[in-house]
Design a protein around this ligand. Structure first.
Ligand SMILES: [Zn+2]
Length: 464
């Protein structure tokens, strides 16, 4: 039955691609240049936007008309930091909290691989028509292939396995997402191997602690970036301390995949990012989700409860796990939830002003969540990210720009050059809202329909 239904939907999608469709009478918001066009018409021809115009149009030129009076139309959202190899459930990072005795990690990975279509659909439900997977096993490249061949899936850009300063054996089932690299030569060799898969990005996991100081891994960072750039591949770096992030950018990093969370960014750092056109993805939501989940203080948003995978959401209640099977990290958090919340607040006291400072200085900020990590729900986590960006002091238009035009730059390549804007020649990836997101960014989730590659999906039909 399910197969039949899919075939039927596929046929409708194919036939609708042949004809011209116009969205008529809505308010078009184009965050790329901040322009708002009331009573506008968007003409879609096949999978591309043919033109956008204001006022009354010649009906003969419009093809099938879809009335959008009272609606607000945006480019499809882009989440620039997700991980398809993680489900966001409690068992998805045994290196951080080992629940193998409750659910073996290989069962978790098998579940993830069998639920990719479901995850893709949840992104579309949330108006997210493109995502960047910034690191996972080699099978990530298959995920990209699968998503990019499907209608009801976001466009996907990927990095392969992470080049890391530390190892994570518990994630290694033969195709590890994180690979410890010890020498510059090893780094170059690994990048050459990755290059065969044509990654959209190479990702470096620049983890620093007392046993792994900034400078000891720096030559490996340098070699990995040099080799990637020689293959014309951009490099994204996880570096959450100011000095680690600075070192990464000085060595040529193109993207920082998280906020700096240990101290306020200084003017030199801000200038460095601006001068080198580095894109920063803040991932604010993920900073609260491990701590809140483990201390049983998780407060998922309405969107996450409605549009997150129900099995994933249900797993996040740690009180359902027998006491003797709780990892120490979770026991500690449960014993003192206030300490867990204080730690989260401390992170935000640094990360939110840092985001505001970078945004004000004109650094390119791309919205992203780190979805797939424990408690950070694939799809709707982006709306919690918007709330936190608002708390940092960004305006609705700035937030929307981060989630569309700026995010398209991070996505990169030919596809990146044709998403994130409502302009002729761009892909017809659009979100139609019932209420004005410029009045309140919370309206960004008040979705009437989603259009991906010229195919329109009524929002309520997507997950049923
Ligand atoms: Zn990540």
């Amino acid at each position: 039955m399910r197969t039949l239904l899919c075939i039927a939907v596929g046929l409708i999608a194919l036939s609708s691609r042949a004809e011209k469709v116009s969205l008529v009478g809505g308010t078009v918001i184009n965050p790329a240049d901040g322009k708002v066009l009331p009573n506008a018409t968007i003409v879609i021809n096949g999978n591309k936007i043919e033109r956008v115009a204001m006022g009354k149009q010649d009906a003969a030129e419009l093809g099938k008309q879809i009335g959008c009076a009272g609606k607000f139309i945006l480019p499809g959202y882009i989440d620039t930091h997700v991980h398809f190899f993680q489900s966001a459930d409690l068992f998805t990072r045994p290196d951080g909290a080992d629940f193998n005795s409750v659910r073996p990690y290989q069962d978790e990975v098998a579940w993830i691989k069998s639920h990719l279509d479901d995850v893709f659909a949840r992104y579309i439900r949330c108006g997210i028509t493109s995502v960047v997977d910034v690191g996972g096993p080699m099978w990530n490249f298959e995920v990209r292939k699968k998503a990019n061949a499907m209608q009801k899936a976001p466009r996907v850009a990927v990095a392969g396995p992470l080049i890391s300063s530390v190892s994570r054996e518990k994630l290694d089932l033969g195709d590890p997402p994180i690979v410890k690299i010890d020498t510059p030569d090893q780094a170059r060799e690994f990048v050459r191997k990755l290059a065969e898969q044509k990654p959209d990005l190479v990702k470096i996991w620049y983890i620093v602690d007392k046993d792994h100081p900034v400078d000891s891994f720096r030559p490996i960072v340098r070699a990995a970036i040099e080799e990637s750039h020689a293959h014309k591949i951009r490099v994204a770096v996880h570096a959450t301390e100011l000095e680690t992030a600075r070192a990464a950018v000085e060595e040529g990093a193109d993207v920082l995949v998280h906020s700096v969370t240990d101290k306020p960014v200084d003017d030199m750092f801000v200038k460095l990012l601006r001068d080198r056109h580095v894109i920063l993805c803040p991932t604010l939501v993920v900073f609260e989700r491990y701590g809140r989940t483990f201390s049983h203080q998780l407060n998922l948003t309405t969107e996450e409860q409605k549009w997150g995978n129900p099995e994933v959401v249900a797993s996040l209640d740690v009180t359902k796990i027998p006491q003797d099977k709780l990892p120490d990290r979770v026991k500690t958090a449960l014993a003192d939830p206030k300490a867990a919340l204080d730690k989260i607040n401390k992170t935000y006291e640094v990360a939110l002003p840092n985001l505001k400072k970078l945004e004000d200085a004109g650094v390119t900020i791309a919205a992203g969540t780190d979805a797939g990590n424990i408690g950070t729900i694939h799809g709707p986590a982006l709306f919690r990210e918007f709330q936190l960006m608002k708390e940092a002091g960004l305006t609705p238009m700035q937030i929307l720009q981060c989630a569309t035009a700026n995010a398209a730059k991070l996505f990169g390549g030919e596809t990146g050059a044709h998403i994130g804007q409502i302009e002729s020649g761009y892909f017809a990836d659009l979100v139609v809202l019932n209420s004005n997101p410029l009045e309140d960014i919370a309206h960004a989730s008040d979705i009437d329909k989603v259009i991906k590659n010229g195919v329109s999906y009524p929002a309520d039909s997507i997950l049923h």
